[in-house]
Design a protein around this ligand. Structure first.
Ligand SMILES: Cc1ncc(COP(=O)(O)O)c(C=O)c1O
Length: 471
């Protein structure tokens, strides 16, 4: 097979998969043993045998989840936007590292352009940014920037013999904050988890108590992370109130908008959920979640300090790689990234941005919120379902109603049955020991009828399991 024939076959299998994404079951479930046998991972392939390669490609598609299927409501992402898929393919074919202008001139300029677009959109002045490998790492870089800006000796001397540092985040913040505290030598015990109110938002009065406590113990509170859309409940911490506290305690205020930061695309939702964002010190947003870019695609923005990332992240001798001496003075992103090689993520986000624009994304997010309202109504009107906590934004946390003592095992069994029958895949999680389902709507092709089918099939299966348990 020559290269052209390979491309022809590739386009044909990719197209078949893509057109079947919303039909049939979302998954042909097989147990790990069965799937292992089907995949024949050990099978010898004659070197250069393209037919064998395409057999594995076909099997990959046949037994993977169809992430764009309306019944896949499990994660914060679904099948990607088509322009971003185009970007992904182009990036794969042209395979380069976005670490230097030399090796990735187009991608570097696109990344710079997208950063300036996003700085303007968020309202950060004299800021900077970079595309990172996701919000976990963006949260860590933000914490690192705050650490090194609060004590510039740390970069060289480490934390040895320094004043104890304390970071703060809501009790519902993403676990990447804990990881960051671990990796950066702050220590997980120095990441103080602040209790939340009934809506799941960090209690600012409790935060102030914790800040004072840390200071009274001789520590330095250097970093507060607000979450804009918590992972489980979708709660938004009150940025404006945190800004007031910052005046008194001078910490770095980071906003983790991995999930709910997408509200920045809609004037209406920004006003509702992100008031004060333009005054935060840093902000991260995943384009690969609600906005639909292909995984991974993220941005970290820093406000008001245009050379922070260079100061904080550059280290060691990279002169074999980084020039930074072009006539047009384009800095190499690799010099201020965590890693050396960088994937070209800017192209897919750039193409999505040009294709949908801010208005398109804003409308998309508003529609998701309307569908969440619709889903909440469904639960409230059903005799068999109940909300576990009130919905505050994009997360619908509900469960099938059964006797309290069997609620967790019943809901777990229900969710597994739906998955293994290829009916739907919905997230599960716990709030204070109670297991519940977390419905997330991030599929731009979804509408009310998809929500109807999701709940109807869930209730039908729940009834069957109830009957089985009664017999
Ligand atoms: C609030 C929040 N922050 C951070 C992350 C981590 O994002 P990523 O998967 O891009 O590392 C998530 C992921 O779900 C999240 O919900």
């Amino acid at each position: 097979m020559n290269d052209n024939a390979v491309f022809e076959q590739l386009v044909s299998v990719v197209q078949n998969y893509h057109t079947s994404q919303r039909s049939g079951k979302f998954l042909e479930y097989k147990s790990p043993d069965e799937l292992g046998r089907i995949l024949e991972l050990d099978k010898f392939a004659d070197p250069g045998d393209w037919q064998e390669i395409f057999h594995w490609v076909e099997k990959y598609f046949a037994y993977s989840i169809k992430s764009h299927h309306p019944s896949f409501v499990n994660r914060m992402w679904v099948g990607a936007n088509l322009p971003s898929i185009v970007g992904e393919i182009v990036a794969a074919v042209s395979n380069t590292s976005a670490c230097t202008y030399e090796s990735a001139p187009v991608s570097t300029l696109m990344e710079k352009y997208m950063i300036s677009q996003m700085l303007d959109l968020v309202g950060f002045v004299n800021g900077e940014g970079q595309m990172t490998t996701g919000s976990s790492n963006a949260n860590m870089i933000a914490m690192m920037a705050a650490r090194n800006m609060s004590n510039s000796a740390v970069k060289r001397a480490g934390l040895f013999g320094q004043q104890e540092l304390f970071a703060f985040a809501g009790a519902n913040a993403h676990y990447s904050m804990d990881k960051a505290a671990n990796i950066l030598g702050i220590g997980i015990d120095h990441l103080i988890k602040v209790p939340h109110n009934v809506r799941g938002e960090m209690k600012v009065t409790e935060l102030e108590l914790a800040l004072n406590q840390a200071k009274a113990n001789g520590g330095e509170p250097f970093f507060v992370a607000a979450t804009a859309g918590t992972t489980v409940r979708g709660s938004y911490d009150a940025i404006e109130q945190l800004l007031e506290l910052r005046k008194k305690y001078h910490f770095w205020l980071h906003v983790d908008g991995a999930w709910g930061g997408a509200a920045v695309m809609s004037e209406k939702l920004r006003e509702k959920y992100l008031k004060g964002l333009e005054y935060a010190d840093s902000f991260t947003l995943d384009f690969h979640k609600m906005l639909g870019a292909s995984l991974m695609c993220n941005i970290l923005l820093i406000n008001n300090r245009s050379h922070t990332l260079g100061t904080v992240l550059s280290a060691g001798d990279g002169s074999y790689l980084f020039r930074n001496e072009h006539d047009n003075e384009v800095d190499d992103f690799g010099a201020v990234s965590l890693q050396c090689g960088r994937r070209v993520d800017s192209l897919k986000w750039f193409l999505d941005w040009k294709f949908f624009g801010r208005e398109g994304f804003g409308k998309r997010i508003e529609k998701y919120l309307e569908l969440c309202e619709y889903a909440e109504e469904w639960v409230n009107q059903s005799e068999e379902l109940e909300m576990v906590v009130p919905r505050t934004s994009f997360n619908v946390c509900f469960r099938f109603k059964v006797a309290e003592e069997e609620s967790n095992s019943f809901n777990l069994a229900l969710r597994s049955r739906l998955y293994q029958e290829g009916t739907s895949l919905v997230g599960i999680t716990y709030i204070e020991g109670d297991l519940f389902m977390r419905l997330l709507i991030t599929n731009s092709a979804s509408d009310e009828s998809d929500i109807d089918s999701f709940f109807q099939s869930l209730i039908d299966t729940g009834r069957i399991i109830s009957r089985e348990r009664d017999n």
